[in-house]
Design a protein around this ligand. Structure first.
Ligand code: HEC
Ligand code: HEC
Length: 377
């Protein structure tokens, strides 16, 4: 049901923030309440466990399950009737949610310590017996605050960020930019499609992918975001995703990085391919919300790894930057690779320009008010 190309397209939208899937969830027409105000139980037809969560966090939670089990939506859902309980795995998943909540409540002060991924790790059937890996043991650690051992040779975060600002052209050059227009191609499952990205200071960004049957649009207007696709209603981007995408959307990120988080600090060193990098962590409410990887030598930002909160666990998005070229005295990456647990997309910019005049209205939602998703009977 989810043909490869379509699936990837669903992800393409997330590239730039859309939490969309090829499954059709129809919208109610007369609903005007602000997104996020409704609970999942009110917005959807058959919610028995995740009743209390904000409606706009249901899809991020579903994505988390999908990544954790390494399956597609159709593993649990009947196409076109997501409320139906016909499939056994969906029924099992409900029990699993309750089990997970109980484990965390009884053992971890209700923190999200154990998630679907703790056991499943990308497979529907967890592996109970430790396996012997080809090529010897390969420990996999998740970085936890305060446990890093590679901190000794890394400078303080302020210094790493300052070096980055200098390396890309200096604060004055950065302050002079107000807009950026980029044109290029996006590679989705081996197909190249034309893409245009329009950015403006104040966290505004509009991404248009030209599909054979029309445009797919993802927009951030500074505080919220929306998406649209051919033959589909305009959708609100979940607020958790908007919050997580902030660093990625900011045209003057190095100047604002400290304001985006409660705390910004060095979190060690790591290798990206053959490049050594310093890792700077952005921390909110005592939890790492994003990690920034700066090349030790050039100082450039090579990677952003950011987390999107969901009621069941956090979804990660990784953006790698490459092909740095000079534009108006600033170094700009012309290649971005956006990876999620089940997808990888590359955007190659061919043509970029700063400070082109941009109509503010472009970032605003189209006239028809988007409504929270609510499947109709
Ligand atoms: C492992 C099983 C599983 C997978 C995979 C899964 N879901 Fe779900 N989904 C559920 C369960 C269970 C519920 C009901 C939750 C509850 O009762 O609290 C649900 C409910 C929903 C609903 C609410 C439907 C209604 O009206 O009641 C939507 C929408 C939804 N899922 C979308 C998705 C999408 C989109 C994907 C793929 C990204 C997905 N789901 C993947 C198990 C799954
Ligand atoms: C404490 C470990 C643990 C956690 C946490 C956990 N699971 Fe499971 N899950 C299992 C085990 C064990 C099985 C049984 C697998 C088997 O039959 O081989 C299972 C089976 C399942 C199945 C049935 C798979 C199939 O096709 O038969 C689904 C669906 C599932 N889990 C979903 C989830 C979801 C969704 C979450 C998070 C809300 C979750 N699980 C969290 C351990 C866990």
């Amino acid at each position: 049901m989810c043909r490869q190309f379509l699936c990837m397209l669903g992800i393409a939208f997330t590239v730039v923030g859309i939490s969309e899937t090829p499954l059709r969830v129809q919208t109610a027409s007369a609903n005007t309440s602000p997104p996020g105000a409704m609970s999942a139980a009110e917005a959807y037809q058959n919610i028995q466990v995740l009743k209390e969560i904000p409606a706009d966090q249901l899809v991020p939670a579903m994505q988390f399950i999908t990544y954790s089990l390494g399956v597609e939506c159709s593993y649990c859902h009947v196409e076109g009737a997501l409320e139906k309980d016909d499939k056994k795995p969906k029924q099992t998943a409900r029990k699993m949610m309750q089990m997970m909540a109980a484990i965390n409540r009884d053992n971890f002060d209700s923190k999200q310590a154990v998630t679907c991924n703790s056991c499943h790790r990308g497979a529907p059937h967890p592996v109970a017996t430790p396996i012997i890996a080809e090529g010897g043991p390969r420990p996999a650690f998740e970085s936890v605050l305060g446990e890093d051992t590679s901190l000794t040779d890394a400078p303080p975060a302020e210094q790493i960020i300052a070096k980055y600002v200098e390396a890309i052209g200096g604060a004055a050059a950065l302050q002079r930019i107000s807009t950026r227009q980029e044109k290029g191609t996006i590679n989705i499952s081996g197909r190249n499609l034309p893409i245009e990205i329009l950015s403006r200071i104040g966290g505004k960004q509009l991404t248009v992918i030209h599909l054979p049957n029309g445009d797919s649009i993802t927009a951030y207007d500074g505080a919220s975001g929306w998406t649209s696709a051919p033959n589909r209603p305009v959708r609100e981007i979940p607020s958790v995703e908007v919050a997580s995408a902030k660093p990625e959307v900011d045209l003057q990120l190095p100047l604002h990085i400290k304001q985006l988080f409660n705390e910004v600090k060095t979190a060690g060193t790591e290798k990206i391919g053959d490049r050594e990098s310093y890792v700077v962590a952005g921390i909110n409410s005592g939890e790492i919300a994003a990690k920034f990887y700066f090349d030790k030598e050039s100082g450039y930002l090579l990677r952003i790894l950011r987390y999107t909160k969901s009621p069941l666990g956090r979804n990660s998005t990784q953006i790698d930057y490459a092909d740095f070229r000079t534009l108006n005295g600033l170094k700009v990456p012309f290649r971005k690779t956006i990876a999620r647990p089940n997808s990888r997309l590359t955007v190659q910019i061919e043509d970029a320009e700063f400070n082109v005049p941009v109509d503010e209205k472009k970032f605003a939602r189209p006239a028809v008010a988007p409504t929270p998703t609510r499947p109709s009977p």
